[in-house]
Write a protein that binds this ligand. Structure first.
Ligand code: DGT
Ligand code: CA
Ligand code: CA
Ligand code: ZN
Length: 585
């Protein structure tokens, strides 16, 4: 039972999706297709390691995974392949599957192009469209040829190019601010929707929704904004533009009475919407982006001024956008059991930040001032330890210097009756063998110790997992920093066994960090959910290297919200003494 290469949950989900796609091309039963698609979705969002579940014979405990699909997954994990998929791939060329992923193309069209014109790759499709060979087919015309070519261009550009939320969100808010500056009188409401509103860690495109009596003026102003490069679609109610940074943005104008349903619809996620629509249907209503229409003979229509009214009409509490992932939130909203979600305001201090003693850009005193200005009551100075190749990493002597600076500042605040304290810690490097970059007796003198991995990131799974486990078992290590060390868009997560690490963190009382920097968001939402299930305590910090970085905290808080995180699970929502009492030593 030796797998050639270890598959991630995402790899397995992709294979299952591929099976679903091929079954669709073959025109198989819709429910059979759905079974694979649902299993794929479920596994992509599953925080637990599939290999250990498989070893325990419990793959079918995953929602949406029945016995038959569990057996396919078992084959995948053991051999990297499944006989079923092999069979399907022998029948249907992979290029035909790829064609289904082109915008505007679906399994039916792809199957026809394959059977009738023997087109089995995107390249062949492009050539055929350019050579005007498609218009001979029934139902295809000159117009569909140019649409297909546009679709192919989009597909080529889109492949693997989701934008980190840290880039997409400011861009969307900026667009809104610019529009508000140019046509303030024309805008009655405006709001960001789509994945940005749900704080998903990466974003395909931006979606903005507004209410206006002057849609033409709003659309013209939008197309004329300086950061807009070109209009891709120009219409009275929908305009799609490309921005200078390559992102695309949809702007939709809706009538005031449609606002509630439209904002709900365009916020998504698609999966949440599908489930909500099913719930509405059961109650005799058909839901779309305008409102509800009775499915009975009278076709009564109901409209909603805001989202909360729509959810209430369906018997649900308003669901925060971060939770709209079809992972049980609709049922929870029905039973008034939605979690009490963490907010930015609940954070009382930060437990990860840097100064000029390592790679920070600002002195301890200036960082402290910035933290105080934000209303925090504590802030941890946690510079990198020596041994990371960062000039000026802290050693025992430098930590003593830092202690003197911090003591002085704390005494001043105490004299002035200020509710603010600096804490001294370090972000100690977990060395390649799991030993720490500073000796235990040095760590013992610090208020809070974070341990994290920044080097030897490509170690094998067993090696890097054991390395991390050794570190979190150290009684002086209070917090595990950015557990997977990924950098969104530039560096994949290490191959660490997160499940095993979280279990040991829970057992040892080691706090797990959500590093809020939008390039990290590590732990991510899925693993955070799992960490809380396992009983881990969480810290959310911005890992600030200069005062402006402290603004990034919200990305971590909203990642926590996507995980259903409540303030009580987050140690830095507590007052200082309570927070310190929750640490290991
Ligand atoms: P993205 O852009 O890939 O990061 O993700 P979204 O969620 O922003 O997706 P997008 O931009 O394609 O569409 C925005 C929202 O519109 C989406 O979250 C839900 C809704 N929507 C779009 N297409 C469909 C659809 O085919 N069915 C349903 N139920 N909702 C849709
Ligand atoms: Ca979008
Ligand atoms: Ca969109
Ligand atoms: Zn750091």
């Amino acid at each position: 039972m030796i797998p050639t290469a270890r598959l991630t949950n995402k790899d397995v989900a992709e294979k299952l999706r591929l099976i679903g796609d091929i079954l669709q091309i073959k025109g198989e039963n819709r429910f059979r297709v759905l079974a694979f698609m649902n299993a794929a979705e479920s596994i992509a969002n599953w925080g637990q390691d599939l290999y250990s579940l498989h070893a325990a014979g419990e793959l079918d405990s995953i929602p949406g995974v029945g016995k038959a699909i569990a057996a396919d997954i078992g084959h995948l994990l053991e051999t990297g392949e499944t006989p079923f998929l092999q069979e399907l791939l022998a029948e249907v060329p992979l290029g035909v599957v790829e064609i289904t992923r082109i915008p505007g193309m679906g399994p039916k069209k792809a199957a026809r192009l394959w059977h009738e014109l023997d087109i089995t790759s995107v390249e062949a499709l492009k050539a055929a469209a350019e050579a005007q060979q498609l218009r001979g087919l029934k139902g295809f015309g000159a117009k569909s040829e140019s649409k297909i070519l546009q679709g192919i261009e989009l597909w080529a550009r889109k492949k693997d190019t989701r934008t980190p939320l840290g880039v997409a969100r400011p861009a969307a808010l900026d667009l809104i601010a610019q529009l508000q500056a140019v046509v303030p009188a024309a805008l009655r409401q405006i709001e960001v929707a789509g994945s940005v509103r749900r704080w998903q860690e990466t974003v395909g495109d931006l979606d903005i929704l507004c209410v206006s009596d002057q849609p033409e003026a709003v659309m013209a102003a939008f197309r004329a904004l300086p950061i807009v490069v070109e209009a891709v679609v120009s219409g009275p109610t929908k305009t799609r533009v490309r921005l200078a940074n390559g992102l695309e943005c949809d702007l939709r104008v809706v009538a005031a009475k449609h606002w509630g349903a439209a904002l709900q619809y365009f916020t998504g996620s698609k999966e949440h919407n599908v489930a909500l629509r099913e719930l509405a249907l059961k109650q005799g209503w058909s839901l779309n982006e305008y409102g509800l229409t009775a499915t009975g003979p009278e076709n009564t229509e109901v409209f909603f001024a805001d989202e909360a009214e729509l959810y209430a009409f369906l018997g649900l509490e308003w669901i925060p956008p971060e939770l709209r992932q079809n992972r049980g939130e609709i049922e929870a909203a029905r039973q008034h059991h939605l979690p009490d979600l963490i907010t930015v305001d609940a954070i009382r201090g930060e437990l990860h930040g840097h100064s000029t003693f390592s790679d920070g850009k600002t002195s301890i005193a200036e960082m402290a001032e910035a933290a105080r200005a934000r209303g925090y009551s504590y802030w941890l100075v946690s510079d990198h330890s020596v041994g990371l190749g960062i000039t000026g990493g802290v050693d025992a002597a430098k930590l003593q210097q830092q202690r003197r600076i911090i003591d002085d500042l704390n005494q001043q605040w105490q004299r002035q009756g200020e509710d603010f304290r600096l804490l001294l810690g370090t972000e100690v490097e977990i060395l390649a063998d799991g030993a720490l970059g500073l000796a235990d007796d040095v760590l013992a003198r610090l208020d809070v110790v974070i341990a994290s991995i920044h080097s030897s990131l490509r170690q094998q799974r067993d090696v890097i997992t054991a390395r991390c486990l050794r570190a979190v078992q150290n009684p002086h290590v209070d917090i595990l920093g950015h557990p997977t060390s990924r950098l969104l868009g530039s560096r994949p997560a290490t191959d660490i066994n997160v499940e095993a690490v979280l279990q040991v963190c829970a057992a040892t009382g080691t706090v797990v960090e959500i590093n809020a920097h939008p390039a990290r968001l590590d732990l991510n939402d899925v693993y955070t959910r799992r960490a809380v299930e396992l009983g881990c305590k969480i810290a959310i910090s911005s890992d600030a290297h200069e005062p402006a970085d402290m603004d990034l905290l919200e990305y971590g808080v909203h990642t926590g919200r996507r995980a259903g995180l409540s303030p009580t699970a987050v140690i830095n929502t507590r007052p200082l003494t309570e927070m310190l009492a929750l640490l290991k030593h």
